[in-house]
Design a protein around this ligand. Structure first.
Ligand SMILES: Nc1ncnc2c1ncn2[C@@H]1O[C@H](COP(=O)(O)OP(=O)(O)OP(=O)(O)O)[C@@H](O)[C@H]1O
Ligand SMILES: O=C(O)C1=C[C@@H](O)[C@@H](O)[C@H](O)C1
Length: 301
């Protein structure tokens, strides 16, 4: 089966409002702790204000939540989640007009969060989500990448990965989680650069921790090392990372988790939620696209 027909079989995610209004600059200020009603089901009233536009805009959001926030800690955590969700929504509205329906290709090592963050981005942008590994599995009629590596070869997998990326690059309004090794073939960049490429740059120790938590069975390039899951993941990821050198750095936007963690005052990237990472991705995409637009204007005049 061609990747294109596998594509049409993959289910699409939520198709929400596509177009948001364009806003210039502007930090988002969220005043917390407005009218938290701790009865069950709880109602929260948040005052959301956006500064930086010519007219200072504010709106009240009334949110129904499905749990009781009886403990302060839980309620704090919940409010952080609400804050992040609102910032994510606002940021997506800023970015959508610049996107011009172009696809987003997420690149990064195995376990860097391309699927997790990609699904969040697709929902908030009103795009559909695809995983290129899954498309290859469907296209060649095998149930896992591990099976393809074992019964055919890595080269066979890579050829089909390139075909899948070529097909995906001809579409609009997709978020694509690419395979960790998609960056090694220059032809794949020529496909992915038809859209916007985003690199999730995650420290190797954090990747190894995440992978060890779920096991290495589904990741054929990591599975054959000796030792416990964390150590074998870390050793192999280190060599892969060296082999791949600067390949990931070809991406249009780099989301460095270590930078975000430091900016937010965390010692460790494990404190970062997928939503916080998705927000940073939108910020970086906006910055890339606004530069892109400026260059286009300069070229035109
Ligand atoms: N920000 C995060 N914090 C903690 N764990 C995370 C985070 N993002 C993803 N994970 C976890 O890490 C694991 C790998 O995530 P995910 O599948 O999204 O990565 P991926 O880049 O798509 O991986 P692969 O390329 O191997 O398919 C999952 O178990 C996921 O739950
Ligand atoms: O980093 C890699 O080379 C790979 C990552 C996975 O997503 C799969 O594409 C496959 O296991 C190879």
């Amino acid at each position: 089966m061609e990747a294109a027909s596998a594509l049409s079989n993959q289910s699409c995610t939520w198709n929400g409002p596509e177009r948001g209004r364009r806003r210039t600059g502007g930090g988002l200020r969220i005043q917390r702790g407005f009218g938290v009603d701790t009865r069950c089901p709880s109602i929260i009233n948040l005052q959301v204000s956006q500064a930086g536009t010519s007219s200072y805009r504010s709106e009240s959001l009334r949110m129904k939540i499905s749990c009781c926030c009886s403990r302060k800690e839980e309620s704090e955590k919940f409010l952080t989640g609400v804050d992040e969700a609102l910032i994510l929504k606002k940021k997506s509205e800023d970015v959508i007009p610049y996107m011009n329906e172009r696809c987003l290709f997420l690149v990064g090592m195995m376990g860097s969060g391309k699927t997790t963050v990609g699904k969040i981005l697709s929902e908030v942008l009103g795009y559909s989500f695809f995983d290129s590994d899954k498309l290859v599995e469907k296209a060649v009629g095998m149930y896992s990448v591990a099976q393809i590596f074992k019964e055919r070869s890595e080269a066979f997998f890579r050829d089909n990965e390139s075909k899948a990326l070529r097909d995906l690059s001809l579409m609009r309004r997709l978020v694509v989680a690419t395979g960790g090794g998609a960056v090694i073939r220059p032809i794949n960049w020529s496909y992915m650069k038809r859209g916007i490429t985003v690199w999730l740059d995650v420290p190797l120790e954090a990747l190894a921790r995440r992978i060890a938590a779920v096991g290495t069975e589904s990741r054929p390039l990591l599975h054959n090392e000796p030792g416990d899951p964390y150590t074998k993941a870390l050793i192999r990821l280190s060599t892969l990372s060296e082999e791949r050198g600067d390949a990931y750095a070809n991406a249009d936007a780099r989301i460095c988790l270590q930078h975000i963690a430091s900016k937010q005052g965390h010692g460790d990237v494990s404190a970062l939620t997928p939503t916080a990472i998705a927000i940073e991705a939108l910020v970086k995409i906006e910055s890339f696209l606004s530069k892109d637009t400026a260059v286009e204007r300069l070229t035109y005049f």
